[in-house]
Write a protein that binds this ligand. Sequence first.
Ligand SMILES: C[S@@+](CC[C@H](N)C(=O)[O-])C[C@H]1O[C@@H](n2cnc3c(N)ncnc32)[C@H](O)[C@@H]1O
Length: 227
Amino acid sequence: MNEKQHIGQLFDRIAGTYDGLNHMLSLNIDRRWRMKTVALMAPAKHVLDVAIGTADLTIEMLRRGKAEQVTGLDLSLHMMEIGEQKCERAGYDVNFVLGNAQQMPFEDNTFDAVTCAYGCRNFADLDAGLKEMYRVLKPGGQIVILEFSYPNNRYIRALYDFYFTHLMPLIGRLVSRDKKAYTYLNRSVKSFCWGEAFVQHLHDIGFVNESFITLTFGITTIYTANK
Ligand SMILES: C[S@@+](CC[C@H](N)C(=O)[O-])C[C@H]1O[C@@H](n2cnc3c(N)ncnc32)[C@H](O)[C@@H]1O
């Protein structure tokens, strides 16, 4: 998909309004989704937070003592600049690395855990990103992924469709002043795999102990597995 080749530029453009819009569009529930994700993490020494963005997941895992040290990887410099300022304000020393999740600049078996919140569906090649996560994870290490999914209940689906197709692109456009970003978000969520289908990708790559839990009527899902 062509727009995924330019995903770094898209997030660079909306970086300044990203956090505020996230909390507004999710009615602040996104904070709880990240808290739940971190609650499912086993404590780890060195964590790689893939698609770290503005570092909300990283800050939560450091605050909860789930990580001693965090390296964050992202394609968007502006998202990471905001993340870096937030980490500094919170007193956390995080290593931010500019790079592509599908071709990571890290050695094999480097990290004790790998996390990724709302990053995977942006990869041009999902399996390439998951394979890289597997490669850089130490044997036995944990992967924890938070991603949007599609609710099963048809009434919730109808609400979800209306929200993602009409309301969110409109509010996103007005606040971020970017015409494309929030319609991209809608398309990227709808065309992405979730639940068992996502677990199958993890399985095929070689992860074990795969499991997932859905949150808030299934509009978002947390996946965990080990190498
Ligand atoms: C929706 S934001 C999520 C940011 C953060 N993890 C959070 O929970 O708020 C998606 C992030 O993924 C990054 N991203 C997308 N594709 C990427 C790739 N192939 N490699 C590295 N980062 C990527 C974007 O630049 C953006 O910062």
